[in-house]
Structure formats: C-alpha cells, structure tokens
Design a protein around this ligand. Structure first.
Ligand SMILES: Nc1ncnc2c1ncn2[C@@H]1O[C@H](COP(=O)(O)OP(=O)(O)OP(=O)(O)O)[C@@H](O)[C@H]1O
Length: 483
C-alpha cells in the first residue's frame, strides 16, 4: 500500500513550514501549507487532504480547538499536532480531541515522517466488501458454507415432527441456536423453549430441576416447584451438555422417554410429558458409552436424528459473513459502527477459532467497543487475538532473550565472517542484537509497546522509531501504548 498522500501543513512560522514541507516532499508526499486558521479552513474547503499536520498556537486561533469540527466534517481525517507548549495537559487534550498523534517541539523530522506515513496508511485503509447478511425467518443462524447447508437440511427434515435430536459440536459452534431454530420453525413455536445445562447446575439438583419437586421433598424444598419438563409443556426441552448428566438422572430420563410420563421428586404425582427433546453435547457420547459413563440405551434414544454442527475452522468461508453480522449487531446495541479491511478479513479467515463462533462474536464486540479506528486492519485483529489470551499467530513465543541474542551473534560470526572487519562492525552487531532483544521483549509483553519500552528502559517513541527502522511488525498487544 502506498504511504504517500496529500498533506496540509499548518504553522505560522515560515521556517518550520518550509523545513517540514521539504522533508515530507522528500518522502514523496504532496504538500500544501497554511499559516493561520483562516488559511487552514480555506485549504480544507479547496482540496482533499489525507493528513493534517498543525501547530497548536496559531495567530487567529488554537489548532486543538479546531480538531473536533474538522474530524466531523472530514470523517477519518488523521490530525498530527505539534506544539511548543510541551505540557502534559496539551498532550492529554490532543488525545481527547481525537488527534492521531502529538509531537512536542522541537521534533525529529524522521519521527514526523513516520507519523505521517502511519496516518496516510490509516487514511488509505479500505473497508472490505463483506457479504450482506440476509435476515431470514426464525432465529438468525448465519452461514452459507456447504457444511452449514447440511445442518439446515437436517433441521428442515425434523422441524415438523417430534423426533428426538442430538446436536453435537465443539463449544461455541451454535448448538443452542440450532435447537432454538428447530423449535422456532416447528409447530411448537408458540409454546415455551426451555433450556437446562447439565454442566451448570449441581449434580444432586439435576433431577429436581428436570422433574420438579413436592414441598418437603428434601431439605430446603419449601414449596412445590414445577420442573423443566412441566415448564416446557407443549414446547421444546433443550438438554445442554447432556454428557454431564449423572447416571441416576440418565436412568430417570430414559424412563420418561420410554413411557412419556414422569413423577415429581418426592411425590406420587405422575405427569404426562408433552415435550420435544433436543439434546446437545460437545463430548463424544459414543466414547462415554464405551467407558461406561453414559447409558447406551439412552444414547440411542437421544440420537434418533444426529446433527453435527461444524467447527468454525471447517467453514472458514462463513467468517466474513459472521464478522459482518456481529459488527452490525454491536452497532444495533449502541456500540460504534466499525468496518474491517481486507487484511483483517484474511487474518480472521486464517485463524483457527478454538472458541468457534462465540469467540468471533466476542472479538467483534470487543473491537467495536475499544478500537479508535473506523476501519480495523489486520494488525489490530492480531493484537486483539493476542490480548484475548489466544496465541498471536505471527508472534513467536518468547525464546529467552539471551538465547535469541546469542543465536544472532553466532550467525554473524559463522555465516558472515567478512562483515566483522569491513567497517560496519558497530552497526551490524548492534542491529543484530537489537532486533531479537526488541522482539523478545514485545513477545514477553504480548505486543504492548509501552510495557516493552519500559522494560527495555527506553522511551516509547524511540521504540516506535526502532520498530519502523527495523521493520518489525507487532502482532500482539496494543501499539497505542494504552495499558
Ligand atoms: N451460525 C451462527 N450464526 C449466528 N450466530 C451464531 C452462530 N453460531 C453461533 N452463534 C452465536 O455464538 C454464540 C455461541 O452459540 P451457542 O451458545 O449456540 O453455542 P453452543 O455450541 O451451544 O456452545 P456451548 O457448547 O458452549 O454451550 C451465541 O451468541 C450465538 O448467538
């Protein structure tokens, strides 16, 4: 991506305008200059600018005060501010008003050049053209991959009958949504859909939860309570994490499925069970049967119609659609509306998603809530994946700083003996040592540049400059220095 753009430089000091404009032109940018707020406003009206670089104190106004209105009129315009008022208050205010970067005067032209390149790259970021999400009838099960088409085919076969369905799939693949879809699209849709997660309630309470109990049935049973079977009457009972059901409860459930009736805990009351059973598990139930942890007869009773929900990595082509869906949903919930660029889509598509759709949903919401950019790029996605505790794909594990540095030095000595006395010794050795040192510290601090700089004992801006010079891509953590 070209990092050259149209830059507007504003300063009332003509010497600074000249020097800055010359430096930016040398980097290939097209530069216009202005000496006052009035000139700045005229230039903004006349031309398209990718980046605004402005001083704070101008003869007819304050550069910082202009920023909110300028950004509103030119959404996404990065503004780089430089100022001789080098106070913390100015720096904080620059961030508050939405400046892209703040450089205290006097500044290094290289640092300015780097900030401008970053700003142009941000400006040029194009949102990827994500597929539209069609709102279908019933619950929003998103996905057009062949693997999801197969799931839809099975759902379509069972909605109008009462066959027991066993949904399998990894955690977060959407098993509960599938169960809900079976309910919502079938004749029981006007009756309750009741879910019970076997893994979420104490084992000794599962039977009482399922079948209800009479007053005084056990210590603490102060009143008669209807169980899930009763609550779901006429509707659907979703038994989640069925693999965690204790043996006693399995035996009772099997009896209910065979007889169509159940008795409450502690009571002689027999109630007809008018529910459709849909069960789900992320465990291998057949293997649990083999090891004696799940009743074989119950397994066959439940597994009348199996539905296998694919892991997200088995249907990567659905990822852009789902990403779009979750960004839309986040915006509907009042979070800022964000888009992602092509690089971000590529990162999302190549990630393995151990937490499946749930993980993608959480990531999109987190990005919508926390990112300052309107269009999110691949580096930001990698960082967010790294922060979420998952391994950052492009970041090598911390190899141990000493080992990394030693390996570099050995490489110079062994592979390139010539460079040891060719007059570039200092730069070569320092350069070779610096890279693994910075990479190792960044890896150790999950890509957080502020923490890595602190640990190295160098200024964050110095670190940023070195990253740029050495061409080190930061894959995990945050670049903006926030903690
Ligand atoms: N195909 C999909 N389309 C839209 N949203 C989905 C899809 N699949 C999953 N989700 C969303 O992902 C989250 C997890 O889905 P769900 O709870 O159904 O997964 P699960 O397989 O039942 O997980 P667990 O095994 O951990 O209970 C939910 O917020 C759900 O809305």
């Amino acid at each position: 991506m070209s990092a050259q753009g149209n830059i507007l430089v504003v300063d009332d000091d003509s010497a600074i305008r000249t020097v800055v404009a010359a430096a930016l032109r040398r980097d290939g940018h097209r530069v216009t200059t202005a000496a006052s707020v009035a000139e700045l406003e005229r230039e903004m009206r006349l031309g398209e600018h990718d980046v605004l670089v402005t001083d704070v104190v101008l003869p007819d106004g304050n550069g910082l005060d202009l920023i909110p209105a300028l950004i509103e009129a030119h959404p996404g315009l990065p503004v780089i501010v430089f100022s001789a008022q080098n106070t913390l208050a100015t720096a904080v205010r620059a961030t508050e008003v939405g400046a892209f970067d703040y450089l205290p005067k006097p500044f290094d032209l290289d640092v300015l050049g780097q900030a401008v390149r970053g700003a142009v790259a941000k400006r040029r970021r194009q949102p990827a053209d994500l597929p539209d999400v069609e709102e279908g009838a019933g619950p929003s099960l998103i996905g057009r991959s062949p693997a999801m088409q197969e799931v839809y085919r099975v759902i379509a076969r069972v909605v109008s009958n009462d066959l027991t369905v066993l949904i399998t799939g990894e955690s977060g693949t959407g098993k509960e949504l599938v169960a809900q879809a079976i309910h919502d699209l079938g004749p029981r849709r006007r009756k309750p859909f009741v879910a019970l997660n076997m893994a979420a309630i104490p084992r000794e309470l599962i039977e009482a939860e399922l079948f209800g109990h009479e007053r005084g049935a056990f210590t603490g049973a102060a009143a008669r309570v209807a169980g899930k079977f009763e609550q779901a009457a006429g509707g659907t009972l979703f038994l989640d994490e069925i693999g965690d059901m204790p043996m006693d409860a399995q035996t009772r459930l099997l009896r209910v499925l065979q007889s169509g009736e159940f008795t409450t805990v502690g009571g002689a009351r027999t109630i007809k069970a008018d529910v459709r059973i849909v069960a789900a598990t992320n465990k291998d139930l057949a293997a649990l049967v083999q090891t004696g942890h799940f009743r074989e007869d119950l397994f066959y009773r439940l597994n009348v119609v199996p539905v296998a929900v694919p892991a997200l990595r088995e249907r990567r082509q659905d990822v852009p659609l789902l990403a779009r869906h979750f960004l839309d949903r986040a915006a509907e919930d009042g979070l800022p509306r964000k888009q992602i660029d092509k690089d971000a889509v590529a990162v999302l598509e190549s990630y393995d998603w151990p937490g499946n759709v749930r993980q993608l949903e959480n990531l999109m919401r987190r990005i919508a809530a926390l990112s300052r950019d309107e269009v999110i790029d691949g580096a930001a996605i990698r960082r967010a994946l790294g922060e979420a505790g998952a391994p950052a794909p492009a970041m090598a594990p911390d190899p141990g700083i000493e080992a990394a540095v030693r390996a570099r030095l050995e490489r110079i000595a062994i592979e390139e003996p010539r460079v040891l006395d060719d007059g570039t010794l200092y730069d070569r050795i320092i350069g070779e040592v610096e890279r693994p040192l910075i990479e190792a510290m960044l890896a150790r601090h999950a890509g957080n540049q502020l923490r890595a700089a602190r640990a190295l004992g160098i200024n964050r801006n110095t670190l940023r400059k070195r990253l740029d010079t050495l061409g080190i891509e930061v894959a995990g953590g945050r670049q903006d220095g926030a903690e």
